[in-house]
Design a protein around this ligand. Structure first.
Ligand code: HEC
Ligand SMILES: [Cu+2]
Length: 377
C-alpha cells in the first residue's frame, strides 16, 4: 500500500505502547494503594491500655489445610472428581484454541517478499464452520451439565435422605460466629464442631440473622445458611484430625472472622467429649471465682450467654464449656485468660463491629469474671 498504510502501522504501534504503559501504571498504582492501605488495616485501634491480646488471627495447632483438592470425605472426593473433569475439558479447549491461534499467527504472518498490496483471500461465512462451532460448544456444555447434576445428586441429600445411624448437628450461623447444637446428645457449643470419625453426620443448616454459608472444604461443599429455612448436608469424615472452614457468604464487616474448626475424634473420645459437654461445669469455688460469678450475673452477660445451671441467654455463644475450646470469637483468637480479659474489656478492639458491647467493667471485675470463666471446662 501507500503512505497511508505505513501511517496506520505507526498508529497501531503507538496504541500498543499506550495500552502497555497504562496497564503498568494502573497496576502499579493498585499495588501501591494495596501496600499503603494493607499496612493501615489493623485490628481496631490500640485504645485499650489495660489488657492486650497475646495473639490474634491464629488457629492454634492446626495445619492451615483447607484445600478442595485434598478430600477427607466421600462427598468431597466426588466434588474433586468433577473439578478435575471440568479442568480437563476446559484445558483441552484452551490447548486447541491457543494451538490454532499460534498456528495461524505463524503460518499466515507477513513474509519479507510479500508485496504490500497483497491481501489474503477474503472469505465471507461458511456454513459447515458456523454449524461446527455452534454444535461443539453445545455438546461440551451439555456434558458438563450432566456431570454436575450427577455430582450434586450424589453429595447433596434431600430432607428424607438422612442415614439411619447418622448423628445430627444443627448448624446455626450468627454474625459472626457459629452455633452447633446436638439435639440427640443435649449438647450446645460454638465455633468448634466435634464429630466422630467414620460415622455419617447429618447437618441441619440455618441462620439466626443474615445469609451465611457453611464451608469446610475438606469435608463438604459450601451450603447456604438461611434464616427460617433448613438446608441439609451429609458428610462422613474418614480421618481423625482438625479441619478448618470459613463462612463463605459475605455477611458483614466481620465475615472474615467467622471461622469453623472441626475436630474429628474416634468414637470413644467423641463419646467422652459428648458426655462431658452434656453436664454443667458451673462448680464455682474459691473467693475470686465466686465473685466472678457475681459479676457475670450482675452485668448483662447472662442475658446473652448461657452457662448451664446459671443462665439461659441464647443470643451469644454458649459458655458452659468455654475452656474446652481452643479458640473464641469465631475462631479468630486463641482461648486463654489474657485474651479473655482483653476481649471482655473491649470486644471492639479485637473484633470491630461485633455484637458484644464493652460493658465497662473495672479492672478488678474483669480479673474476677475471667477467673470464673476459666473454670468452665
Ligand atoms: C448483647 C449481648 C452480649 C452481652 C451482654 C455479652 N456478650 Fe459476650 N458475646 C456476645 C456475642 C454476640 C459474642 C460473639 C462475638 C463474635 O464472635 O462475633 C460474644 C462472645 C463472648 C465470648 C467468646 C465466646 C466464644 O466462644 O466465642 C466470651 C468469653 C464472652 N462473650 C463473655 C462475656 C461476658 C463475660 C460478658 C459480661 C461481662 C458478656 N460476654 C456480655 C454477646 C454478648
Ligand atoms: Cu457469615
Amino acid at each position: 500500500m501507500t503512505e497511508r498504510g505505513r501511517t496506520s502501522d505507526k498508529v497501531i504501534t503507538r496504541a500498543w505502547w499506550i495500552l502497555i504503559v497504562t496497564t503498568v501504571m494502573v497496576g502499579g498504582l493498585g499495588l501501591f494503594l494495596m501496600y499503603i492501605l494493607g499496612g493501615q488495616i489493623e485490628v481496631g485501634d490500640p485504645i485499650v491500655e489495660r489488657f492486650t491480646p497475646t495473639d490474634i488471627f491464629v488457629q492454634p495447632d492446626a495445619e492451615w489445610n483447607t484445600s478442595v483438592l485434598e478430600p477427607g470425605s466421600p462427598e468431597t472426593r466426588e466434588i474433586r472428581k468433577l473439578t478435575w473433569l471440568v479442568f480437563a475439558i476446559t484445558a483441552g479447549i484452551f490447548v486447541v484454541v491457543e494451538g490454532l491461534l499460534i498456528y495461524a499467527i505463524f503460518r499466515y504472518r507477513r513474509r519479507k517478499n510479500d508485496s504490500e498490496a497483497k491481501d489474503p483471500v477474503q472469505l465471507y461465512g461458511s456454513n459447515p464452520v458456523e454449524i461446527a462451532w455452534t454444535i461443539i460448544p453445545i455438546i461440551i456444555v451439555f456434558v458438563l451439565c450432566l456431570a454436575t447434576i450427577r455430582t450434586i445428586q450424589t453429595v447433596q441429600p434431600t430432607k428424607n435422605e438422612r442415614p439411619e445411624n447418622a448423628l445430627t448437628v444443627e448448624v446455626i450461623g450468627h454474625r459472626w460466629w457459629w452455633e452447633f447444637r446436638y439435639p440427640e446428645l443435649d449438647v450446645v457449643t460454638a465455633n468448634e464442631m466435634f464429630i466422630p470419625v467414620d460415622r455419617p453426620i447429618w447437618l441441619e443448616i440455618s441462620s439466626a440473622d443474615v445469609i451465611h454459608s457453611f464451608w469446610v472444604p475438606e469435608l463438604q461443599g459450601k451450603m447456604d445458611a438461611f434464616p427460617g429455612h433448613l438446608n441439609y448436608w451429609k458428610l462422613t469424615a474418614e480421618e481423625e484430625g482438625t479441619y478448618l472452614g470459613q463462612c463463605a457468604e459475605y455477611c458483614g464487616n466481620q465475615h472474615a472472622n467467622m471461622l469453623i474448626r472441626v475436630e474429628v475424634l474416634d468414637a470413644l473420645d467423641f463419646g467422652s467429649w459428648a458426655k462431658r459437654q452434656a453436664q454443667p461445669a458451673d462448680v464455682a469455688t474459691g473467693k475470686d471465682v465466686l465473685l466472678g460469678r457475681e459479676v457475670f450475673l450482675k452485668y448483662a452477660c447472662q442475658n446473652c450467654h448461657a452457662v448451664a445451671g446459671l443462665s439461659n441467654g441464647t443470643y451469644a455463644p454458649d459458655l458452659t464449656h468455654l475452656m474446652s475450646r481452643v479458640t473464641f470469637a469465631g475462631g479468630m483468637i486463641p482461648n486463654n485468660a489474657d485474651n479473655l480479659k482483653a476481649w471482655i474489656d473491649d470486644p471492639e478492639q479485637i473484633k470491630p463491629g461485633c455484637d458484644m458491647p464493652a460493658l465497662k467493667l473495672s479492672t478488678e471485675e474483669i480479673e474476677q469474671v475471667v477467673a470464673y470463666l476459666v473454670t468452665l471446662k
